[in-house]
Design a protein around this ligand. Structure first.
Ligand code: BTN
Length: 249
């Protein structure tokens, strides 16, 4: 994928800036990186804590050629992030369905893919990725219990070099993402996604809109859908979220 990386010190959200560029005909592979965000966006309308301090906040523009590429974006993104983190830092992370990056049972990052369907021929997807690399000193109380950074508190310097080094992780993510996405390696990506999953066999709460159901995760299928046992009934779900109820089973 030909990439065009644009780097900013602070933005409201890299997703917002990239969406604006996309509507003004930016090409697939355009990537916006910010060293901090004032209004980082998470999934389900949540915010994403985005302080300055050597963390990665990036958005990548995708203009999928067909439904298959569109369908597998989130699966491929999660696999690419896990593999890039291992390549850059030698740290093995896992995926908590649907798109959280997990380390030691806590969230080290998240991924959000937003399709903008404002005319079929010009459909695009903004793929937003946030990774906590160095732990900033002011992690808010409400997210602290579930928050982790890849390199921990001691690694934080707040320096310009630390900010700039995040670009290497972004480049590795884009390179690995492109291999699966442009090479059509969808089945391989789905198998890796299952292998990196940290939820198979776990007791979870499945949350869909206002509803919450207790379930056991049986599997992640070949499309990245989660297969749940909801008390005798086995069913695959593509949308929604899960909360892990019992951390170690
Ligand atoms: C989540 O865990 O809910 C998804 C978090 C995604 C955060 C990233 S940071 C870069 C990009 N810009 C945003 O505003 N959000 C995504």
């Amino acid at each position: 994928m030909e990439t065009d990386i644009r780097i900013f010190d602070t933005l409201e959200s890299t997703n917002i800036t990239l969406e604006h560029l996309a509507r003004n005909d930016a090409k697939e592979g355009t990537c916006v990186i910010a060293f901090s965000q004032n209004a980082g966006q998470g999934r389900s309308g949540r915010s994403f804590f985005s302080p300055e301090g050597g963390n990665l906040y990036m958005s990548l523009l995708l203009r999928p050629k067909d439904d298959k590429q569109t369908e597998y974006i989130t699966v491929i993104a999660a696999v690419a992030v896990v593999e890039a983190i291992e390549e850059c830092f030698g740290i093995k992370t896992g995926i908590k369905w649907v798109n959280d990056v997990f380390l030691d049972g806590k969230k080290a990052g998240g991924i959000i893919a937003k399709a903008n369907d404002y005319g079929k021929s010009s459909m695009f997807v903004v793929l937003g990725i946030g990774i906590n690399i160095h732990e900033a000193p002011d992690v808010p109380e409400d997210i602290r219990p579930n928050y982790i950074s890849l390199l921990g508190k001691a690694s934080y310097s707040g320096s310009r070099e630390q900010n700039e080094s995040t670009v290497d992780l972004a480049k590795a993510i884009i390179r690995i993402f492109s291999r699966y996405y442009e090479g059509g390696l969808f089945t391989e990506a789905a198998l890796k996604y299952r292998r990196y999953s940290v939820v198979i066999g776990k007791k979870v709460e499945y949350i869909f809109g206002q509803d919450t159901i207790e379930a056991i995760v049986c599997d992640i299928d070949d499309t990245g859908a989660i297969v749940l046992d909801t008390g005798g009934k086995i069913k695959a779900f593509r949308d929604g979220e899960i909360r892990i109820v019992v951390k170690d089973m």
